[in-house]
Design a protein around this ligand. Structure first.
Ligand code: GAL
Length: 940
């Protein structure tokens, strides 16, 4: 039987378009990536003083427009703040703490850490006079979370979700021909998920400039029919008019193939929409003999939508797209382009070793490639919409995707998020299914769940009728959501009787949206609860959960099930089940957080992939275990495998479909060798050798990945004198880099509390007890003098600006937690006078050459604890009575240099992610370790 969706899909074959390219600079439209050169500082969750006085004003930014105060104000002095580039995740920079969140991997950020839960970002941009008349907007791909954005002090809005993209029109507030200030306040005190979510602006930000008559963001949507191998494409485009133009416009839609050859075009004149109105225009185009988008050949086309006014192009909007058909069949599973395809999927969260959620685009490709290498063809975005670059990677590399919204419900909060996800993503050929929820335990088994699903499902269809809808369901597969959802999403065999459900709901297609949840630590073969290490032999993890092999066999044997998504492809931060502190990452992954494979990868690769596989576990370094029995397993898709220890055969065994082989082997050091046979012929060999002691550090570049961009993934290991990888090595490796920077380090150890990043610490010391004395001299003293201590009064308190003294002496104090000689201590002075001299602890200090209002303070004149600052200055005069005069002398910044980069290997491996400077020819990474030969690697 076919689902409602399938019946439709038989007649409609859909052509899909993906999101606009990464940075567009087309005629009529500019999309400028503005990730570089932001200023960042922590604020405070509830102490407004520590939040730089934000929202303390008599009129707040909600009372009077343009009244953003504290850092939200246009002219706030952020010189002392840290400089950084996006994407940025401040949670990953923090140390670990037992009092931090289990879900978020015990990083010391979030609500229990009010001083690490608010992040302020500021950036200055220049907008030229020529842009007058254009619509200027800011586009954010995602900020975690609850972000408020200000532009030149104007409040633009709040986006609660940490996963939605959002956009603000700033046209009315622009300072043309000059400087403009963008400010973001992110509040990561609350969690949206039960897994690591990062904190801050962890996705890209763009400045967009368009004509007032323009394609709205995510404003293209294309469906088509495929008949006799020709695609008839319907390209809808929504156009808005943010100006006063009245008259006709011409809309043209042109399709290009991947060689950039124009395939077909269509154009038509229509009346422009009225002021602030939109219209949706539909065109039909034909593509003869299209090259279909498939997982093995992800063919993409490009649609260029242009708007012309009086013959001139005023907007150009580009959309890569792919042509393919999808179909769910309740009897026979899933079909891509008319051919049956078992979904071999994984669930994944969005963080990676060393860098948290701030993934450069290159890492999206790295991760999707790793999953494809395992034979996987499908990816479930659990449990929220992903960053656009993940979908771009899936489109380009051929990975099917379930795109999932965050929270179930039928009000604006929920439906609006769902709508934005679908409108943003509905053109990606990789997406084959929308998921409107996951394991909503409160509602899944009852009538409320049924009602909500009915609304969300129909709502999704109203925006995109071309894809079916699923929900991941865990508590029983009988009533509630499971009785109405279009594609039943089974979360775990142990949660109910899947065959019984299917027999009751024969019309309903189904797939395993989650399966597995097994525990394994890479390179560990004996569970050690004291150390929080779980053996990597695939086993049933808990009474109601099943091994990866049991899970795959179940789904593989049932054609009616479209496929399965294992929990998870990669380990992630948080949810360190079955343990807790000090374990900080999950144990569920087929790969660890770096992407180093656990043995399960080879089980799946054997039965999911196409190439011959032969993998042995464990390693063969078991000093002290001589004569003891060790379980040796082989993962392979060969017909037979023969195992040898030191050339002596231990027997040839027949491989069962979707199975594995086991031997009990008494440990003797040497060579364990397996030979795989197909149709009686030797086709593959695998060797595990006992290694000698560690001698060399080895660095290897992930070559697959270096073609794209400046970011590289490098594996770190140690080898013996014969160059053999040592699988038990846990050496600490030190790193240094030239021509670029290190973004993060990791090693896949779920219990590692080592730093992910080594960055300079920036802290502030506020000047307190700020006092003044009048001076009768019109010039400021050149040397420190002794002042009558009884004469100090509170600075600026009684100031009569009409009768100011010729000059003033101010005195204040600041505390230093320590006075380490490596610290760089700077006083960022804010003008409180005209001619100014500054003394610290009685010594005159000079302004720096780069900034006359910055003083770099030599630590020789500073001390731990209380320090004194004197400022002698002739006063600033008011020009107008109502001028508000600065009374804040500025702030002391203490920059403590980071320790040098290092990471221990974990069972033989660590990973380091490096980024080449844009102008450098190469980046050179050096690695050294105690008693080992050091090594350098150059990436061009
Ligand atoms: C599921 C849940 C996942 C993850 C997993 C761990 O119930 O949907 O998000 O928590 O359990 O086993």
């Amino acid at each position: 039987m076919k689902t409602k969706f399938t019946q439709k899909a038989i007649f409609y074959f859909f052509v899909l378009i993906s999101i606009p390219a990464f940075t567009q600079n087309k005629i009529g439209r500019e999309l400028i990536l503005i990730d570089k050169d932001w200023r960042f500082s922590f604020g405070h969750l509830h102490d407004t003083k520590k939040d730089f006085g934000h929202a303390e004003g008599y009129f707040s930014y909600l009372t009077k427009t343009g009244f953003g105060d504290g850092p939200a104000a246009k002219d706030f002095d952020d010189r002392a703040w840290r400089k950084l580039d996006l994407p940025h995740d401040w949670a990953v920079e923090q140390p670990f703490s037992e009092s931090a969140s289990f879900s978020h991997g015990f990083k010391a950020a979030g609500k229990n850490f009010p001083e690490k839960s608010i992040g302020w970002y500021r950036k200055k941009i220049t907008i030229p006079n020529e842009d007058l008349g254009k619509i200027i907007s800011l586009k954010f791909d995602g900020v975690f979370r609850n972000s408020k954005v200000f532009f030149n002090g104007f409040y633009l809005g709040t986006e609660q979700s940490g996963y939605n993209g959002f956009e603000y029109d700033v046209t009315a507030y622009v300072n043309y021909g000059g400087e403009n200030t963008i400010v973001v306040r992110a509040d990561a005190s609350m969690e949206e998920g039960w897994f690591y979510e990062g904190a801050g602006i962890y996705r890209h930000v763009y400045l967009q400039k368009t004509n007032p008559v323009r394609v709205v963001s995510n404003g293209t949507y294309v469906t088509s029919e495929l008949k006799n191998n020709d695609a008839s494409v319907t390209a809808d485009v929504t156009i808005e008019n943010k100006g006063n133009y009245k008259g006709s416009i011409e809309i043209s839609q042109t399709i290009f193939n991947k060689e950039n050859k124009q395939i077909t075009a269509f154009s038509e004149s229509i009346a422009a929409p009225e002021f602030y109105k939109t219209i949706t225009h539909s065109s039909k185009l034909y593509v003869q003999n299209p090259l279909l988008w498939d997982i093995d050949s992800p063919n993409l086309y490009r649609l260029v939508t242009q708007i012309k006014q009086h013959g001139k192009i005023i907007d150009s909007y580009e959309t890569p797209f792919g042509i393919r058909t999808i179909e769910f069949n309740a009897e026979n599973g899933f079909f891509l382009n008319g051919k049956p395809l078992k979904l071999k999927g994984t669930n994944n969260h969005q963080d990676h070793a060393g860098i948290g959620t701030a993934l450069p685009n290159e890492i999206q490709y790295y991760r999707i490639k790793k999953l494809k290498e395992m034979g996987s063809n499908a990816y479930r975005c659990s449990h929220h919409p992903p960053t656009p670059e993940l979908l771009k990677a899936c489109d380009e590399l051929g990975m099917l995707v379930i795109d999932e919204t965050r929270l179930m419900g039928i009000n604006d909060y929920h439906l609006n998020d769902l709508k934005r996800m679908i409108e943003r993503d509905r053109n990606h050929p990789s997406i084959f299914c929308w998921s409107v929820g996951n394991e909503e335990w409160n509602i899944e088994g009852g009538i409320v769940g049924e009602r909500i699903t009915n609304v969300m499902q129909d709502f999704a269809k109203s925006i995109d009728p071309t894809r079916p809808v699923t929900v991941g369901i865990s508590s029983g597969f009988k009533s509630g959501i499971s009785s109405v959802v279009e594609i039943m999403g089974y979360n775990y065999l142990g949660n109910g009787d899947i065959d019984a459900h299917r027999n009751q709901f024969k019309q309903q297609s189904g797939m395993g949206t989650e399966e597995g949840s097994t525990f394994a630590t890479r390179g560990i073969y004996f569970t050690d609860d004291a150390k929080h290490y779980q053996s990597a032999y695939d086993k049933k993890p808990r009474p109601t959960f099943y091994s990866i092999e049991e899970g795959w066999k179940f789904y593989a044997e049932r054609p009616y099930l479209a496929g399965v998504f294992f929990w998870t492809g990669f380990d992630y931060r948080g949810e360190p089940t079955p343990y807790g502190w000090p374990s900080v990452t999950s144990y569920f992954g087929m790969m660890d957080v770096c992407g180093f494979p656990k043995d399960n990868v080879f089980y799946l690769k054997s039965w999911w992939g196409k190439e011959p596989v032969l993998h042995l576990l464990p390693h063969w370094n078991w000093t002290g275990m001589e004569g003891k029995e060790i379980d040796v397993w082989a993962y392979s898709n060969c017909d037979e495998v023969e195992l040898f220890l030191n050339k002596k055969s231990l027997g040839k065994k027949k491989m069962e479909q979707n199975g594995h082989l086991e031997w009990k082997v008494k440990y003797t050091p040497g060579t364990l060798e397996a030979i795989g046979y197909k149709n009686g012929k030797k086709i593959i060999t695998e060797i595990k050798k006992t290694t000698g002691k560690a001698e060399n550090v080895k660095l290897s570049l992930d070559k697959e990945n270096i073609l794209k961009g400046n970011v590289s993934v490098i594996s770190v290991e140690v080898t013996d004198k014969n160059g053999l990888h040592i699988p038990t090595a846990n050496d600490e490796i030190n790193f240094s880099v030239k021509g670029g920077k290190i973004l993060g380090v990791g090693n896949g150890d779920p219990t590692s509390l080592e730093s992910d990043q080594f960055i300079d610490d920036i802290s502030f010391s506020v000047i307190t007890n700020f006092m003044e004395q009048k001076s009768e001299s019109a010039s400021v003293p050149k040397e420190m003098t002794n002042y009558d201590e009884s004469k100090w009064t509170e600075a600026f308190k009684e100031r009569d600006y009409k009768k100011q003294a010729p000059s003033y002496i101010y005195k204040g104090e600041f505390e230093l937690k320590n006075n380490a000689s490596a610290n760089v201590v700077s006083f960022f002075y804010k003008k409180i006078g005209v001619e100014t001299v500054v003394f610290v602890n009685g010594k005159k200090v000079e302004p720096s050459s780069e900034d006359p209002q910055k003083y770099i303070l030599n630590t020789a004149i500073l001390k731990e604890g209380k320090n004194t600052i004197h400022i002698a200055a002739t006063p600033l005069q008011k020009v107008k009575d109502w001028d508000v005069m600065n009374t804040d002398p500025g702030i002391i910044q203490v920059s403590t240099p980071a320790a040098s980069w290092k990471r221990k290997l974990f069972n033989g491996y660590a990973q380091i992610i490096i980024q080449k400077d844009e102008n450098a020819k190469e980046v050179i990474l050096s690695a050294s370790a105690k008693d080992l030969r050091a090594v350098s690697l150059s990436v061009k």
